[in-house]
Design a protein around this ligand. Sequence first.
Ligand SMILES: C[C@@H](O)[C@H](NC(=O)OP(=O)(O)OC[C@H]1O[C@@H](n2cnc3c(N)ncnc32)[C@H](O)[C@@H]1O)C(=O)O
Ligand SMILES: Nc1ncnc2c1ncn2[C@@H]1O[C@H](COP(=O)(O)OP(=O)(O)OP(=O)(O)O)[C@@H](O)[C@H]1O
Ligand SMILES: [Fe+2]
Length: 557
Amino acid sequence: MSSDTRILGIEGTAWAASAAVYDCATDDVVIESDAYEPESGGIHPREAAEHMHEAIPRVVETALEHARQTHDGPETEPPVDAVAFSQGPGLGPCLRIVGTAARALSQALEVPLVGVNHMVAHLEIGRHTADFDSPVCLNASGANAHLLAYRNGRYRVLGETMDTGVGNAIDKFTRHVGWSHPGGPKVEAAAKDGAYVDLPYVVKGMDFSFSGIMSAAKQAHDDGVPIEDICFSLQENIFGMLTEVAERALSLTGSDELVLGGGVGQNARLREMLETMCDQRGADFHAPEPRFLGDNAGMIAVLGAKMYDAGDTIALPESRVNPNYRPDQVAVTWRGESKRSEDLEPDAGRETGTEQGAEALVDLEPDAGRVRKRRESKGYRHPDLDDRLRRERTTLEARLTSLARREGVPTPVLSDVDPLEATLELEYVGATDLREGLSVERVRDVGRHLARLHEAGFVHGDPTTRNVRVGRRASDGSSGDAPRARTYLIDFGLGYHTDHVEDYAMDLHVFDQSLVGTAPNPDPLRAAVRDGYREVGDERVLERLADVEGRGRYVTA
Ligand SMILES: C[C@@H](O)[C@H](NC(=O)OP(=O)(O)OC[C@H]1O[C@@H](n2cnc3c(N)ncnc32)[C@H](O)[C@@H]1O)C(=O)O
Ligand SMILES: Nc1ncnc2c1ncn2[C@@H]1O[C@H](COP(=O)(O)OP(=O)(O)OP(=O)(O)O)[C@@H](O)[C@H]1O
Ligand SMILES: [Fe+2]
């Protein structure tokens, strides 16, 4: 940033009472923090609030003192241009103390207030320190875990945890085994001497869930499995899941930049996996220095400065805190024209040669009417897990692709499968991916197709706009009045049999998120998916979908 803006930032959403001064001219960030460490158990909201009450005035005073000393204007001038604070998400009692302190300071110093979304700050600090243009952001913090990408003035949630945040999941396990909070660093240390044991691994499109793996880990501990092995395997699976969905997000958006944010981002194994994944696919990876990863006011001050420079300040009546403030609720005012393009553009579809998906390399041979798909070994994954996933998914893809066609859903005909080599040979279908050919009619078809699968008792598992092929091949010579082109579902490797309404709703939710993440005007498309689904499927699934979407997952547990 080229301005000479100076901002005081205040953070206190859960455990870190923190204040910082950011000076745009020098790009210096000075942070003063005081951590709350629970005597036993996890974070108690009331105790955390008491900590904020005590520590916030102290850290703010230290930061302000620094601001005064480094201020070279007249003494009558305030030492900073604005006060930025974490407005949410976080623990209500903590947020209110921070909000009150920020309002008081802004009045005393006679400078404006800037209300910062803590999650957006976790990702903007990485974009700032990396100087990336339009990265995909993986936020791995205590109370949250999600993938975000910028599109049309907002950070869109491409994928997220379906239950607890990643740090909280780990902390609950360590509480179960009697270790003190926070557990993440202890798991990291114990994992150094561990060996791999099988644990659940759950991703659904770009969403994921930790409840299954955490119960299995607790059970393994109760059954006497060595703690080092559990810690090692927890890291391999949990971070493997996060890395896999991050790769899927890169593939879906066509971005070649990834940034990491959040307290769990301090974990060296997670960073190593993300780095390896990005290397393997030719993308750039950046993790900010550790002081910017865990909760800290530096990230609040830096984003506060960008917002202030964009004129994004708030009046007192708008300054109420919001414990459930979602990142996609923030109107992004501070991102000008980007160097490459306003929005992320997916890779243009190549119709011959080799296509790199998130999981596989696909050789396209449209003239021969076939494709060969090979699930490549992933260097970031533990070899045992890698073998297991590649085999399981290849077998499932073969089985469910055929099963779906028997249920009347267009899919490629399978000509060969080799689970050991993780390869498939399939019919070449469609003319382009749905991503390049979105229309209301086509997504309505997808709604019908998904309903047919669900009526037959299974889910696709990863129904994104890239996993739908549309249109005829040019050689079909179809024109104007010809029957409407078909809409094919491909890539069933994450599918599974289930009779749970929740799983069906999640399947729709995954498709919905891919529309929101990639379509310029998603709302009519989202309505059409539901219309198509309603024609064939069960209304209860749509009701559950509304429920899935309405769930406030941004609650510190
Ligand atoms: C809403 C806000 O209050 C919340 N903040 C938060 O959760 O604190 P954060 O500093 O981002 O993350 C703390 C988590 O980060 C984990 N953690 C810290 N060091 C770790 C390490 N080396 N390996 C794994 N986890 C680690 C801790 O166990 C803890 O669960 C959030 O951002 O979700
Ligand atoms: N049967 C097919 N006919 C035509 N094109 C195909 C076919 N299968 C795959 N493709 C093309 O290759 C791309 C990648 O294939 P696929 O989705 O199966 O791989 P993947 O690595 O599992 O991808 P991802 O996990 O990113 O969805 C598809 O988006 C599509 O463009
Ligand atoms: Fe955080």
